[in-house]
Write a protein that binds this ligand. Structure first.
Ligand code: ATP
Ligand code: MG
Length: 171
């Protein structure tokens, strides 16, 4: 199993109000498996993905990634895991508006110490996969009406997870 999550519980506190976003979730995801999490707004999809993506910690329960308990990792180990083995397309995209599409895709590779020529090859290939080959130097807000979307998946593909070549990302 790649992911094994057991009895995940997550609560948020807003003043006196406690919101139970996750109430005992069990999930298993195997290597190469494609899983969709669907549900109404507010049902806890982002909360769950934040826990699996090593971005947040559960109040109860456990997440194992490739057999390792995420709670046992040091902050530096978690950072390396996020940087090298997890790809995350954020709901709010989190692109840097002053950087071009190319630079947004390239900068995580730069942080990871990837040599310049390799960064360029990987960033260009990922952007070409979503049809942005001729607009790599545009900033996200210059790309289209829904500007951030096309650049976000390529930023994750330069590292571990990749889409199958037949996957269409054009809306
Ligand atoms: N940081 C937070 N502080 C307080 N409450 C939160 C926080 N994040 C999420 N919630 C609440 O937790 C519940 C689950 O939210 P979550 O964002 O996980 O849902 P979602 O399924 O991703 O929704 P959407 O489809 O709108 O993205 C909601 O009631 C939401 O208001
Ligand atoms: Mg969400």
């Amino acid at each position: 199993m790649l992911f094994q999550a057991r009895n995940l519980r997550k609560r948020y506190r807003l003043g006196d109000v406690v919101i139970e976003a996750l109430r005992g979730i069990d999930v298993e995801v195997g290597k190469g498996e494609f899983v969709v999490v669907a549900g109404p707004s507010g049902s806890g999809k982002t909360s769950l993905l934040n826990l699996l993506g090593c971005l947040d910690e559960p109040d109860e329960g456990q997440v194992l990634f490739a057999g390792a308990d995420l709670a046992s990792l040091t902050p530096a180990e978690k950072t390396r895991l996020r940087r090298r083995q997890l790809g995350f397309v954020f709901q709010s995209f989190n692109l840097l508006p002053v950087l071009s599409a190319f630079e947004n895709v390239e900068y995580p590779l730069w942080i990871d110490g990837i040599p310049r020529a390799d960064r360029k090859r990987r960033a260009e290939a990922a952007l070409a996969a979503v049809g942005l080959d001729d607009r790599m130097r545009h900033r996200p807000d210059q790309l289209c009406r829904w500007p951030s979307w096309p650049t976000s998946p390529p930023r994750t593909w330069t590292r571990a997870p990749r889409p199958r070549s037949s996957t269409s990302w054009h809306g």
